[in-house]
Design a protein. Structure first.
Length: 342
């Protein structure tokens, strides 16, 4: 598993309390830590090297310990390797501990909540770079669709500017984080509107003398598209929670959000309202499936707020949103079954 280094900067008078906390949490010597004095004699730096599976448990314990103290700071960064290697626990973790019984912390087969939040936040924030990426991606998608060039369309898929805000919305729902939900929603709406306007403009200016096969492919929705969107969405969320960004490239290609949205704009600009509706519904289906898969997968991965009262509130919100996305998906499947979607 990947390694993480947790650095804790704390007042010198808290040394004994921090050491005691770290010693108590260290199961079977699964991680190591040491203390270093800082230039400021009033502060100390603790460094902990541990498996990424243990990072959230340690961070939660430290946050509970220092949440009242404005003088502390915790930093998390990746480590490639450590010599000597970390000791492998001699005994298997008891089943009760794995299930979180008796108040024990569970091992997380993922990166910590804070690290995940930071990664998702970076892709969910509105910025000039995001706006430019959306415009450029839409132009690439328009060119690929109108030329029926699969390689160019894949290029637009890989850029995937709309994937991040959707993941941010799913994480915000799971954590009950209103600020992240609003930021992700705003970023997603702006991205969708910009991409649609670029595509609509292309359809109005260039027309559509001949409908390419790639455009036609994105004017219909089938049950296989729904299954692909759900599976790809879940795979993308798992890639985020494992901290493996290279795995996202395949997810970006499989879960195509931008091509159907661009096809919708092109068709509408060219006056092909029927095909435009079909492409729009395919885009909507992908959005629904991605968010439903995102919320469910985050819940199954054990992503939850730190405090129990926030957990209860977030759990209710997540279940309600998952139910809402599920209802929307059920309606879409019903339309498909009745054959009303072209």
């Amino acid at each position: 598993m990947p390694l993480r280094v947790i650095e804790i900067v704390t007042p010198r008078e808290d040394k004994e309390e921090v050491v005691k906390s770290l010693e108590e949490h260290r199961p079977n010597e699964g991680y190591v830590f040491w203390t270093s004095p800082l230039d400021d004699e009033a502060a100390l730096s603790f460094r902990v090297i541990l498996d990424v599976q243990e990072s959230e448990n340690v961070l939660d314990k430290l946050e509970n310990l220092f949440s009242w103290n404005e003088k502390y700071r915790i930093i998390v960064f990746a480590a490639e390797a450590t010599i000597p290697r970390l000791k492998i626990p001699e005994k298997e973790i008891p089943e009760a501990m794995q299930n979180g019984e008796n108040g024990e912390a569970t091992r997380k087969n993922r990166i910590s909540r804070e690290e995940l939040y930071s990664d998702v936040l970076d892709t969910s924030m509105m910025s000039k770079s995001y706006v430019m990426l959306v415009i450029f991606s839409a132009l690439v998608a328009v060119i690929g669709l109108m030329r029926s060039n699969v390689a160019i369309i894949i290029g637009a898929m890989v850029l995937a500017p709309l994937l991040g805000p959707n993941v941010g919305l799913s994480l915000a729902t799971t954590l009950g984080d209103k600020k992240l939900a609003l930021e992700s929603s705003k970023t997603l709406i702006v991205g969708v509107v910009l991409a649609f306007l670029v595509s609509l403009g292309a359809g109005l200016l260039l027309g559509l003398p001949e409908i390419s096969s790639e455009l036609l492919l994105r004017s219909t929705t089938s049950f296989s598209d729904i299954i692909l969107a759900i599976v790809s969405g879940a795979a993308g969320i798992i890639s985020f929670t494992l901290g493996v960004p290279t795995s996202l490239v395949g997810v970006m290609v499989a879960l195509s959000l931008l091509p159907p949205l661009s096809a919708c704009g092109i068709f509408l600009g060219a006056g092909e309202t029927g095909h435009a509706a079909g492409a729009g519904l395919l885009f909507l289906a992908n959005i629904i499936c991605l968010n439903l898969a995102g919320v469910v997968t985050f819940l199954l991965q054990g992503i939850q707020p730190l405090t129990w009262w926030d957990r209860e509130r977030a759990k209710v919100t997540a279940i309600r949103m998952a139910f809402l996305w599920g209802i929307m998906l059920a309606i879409l499947i019903l339309f498909l079954y009745l054959g009303t979607i072209r």
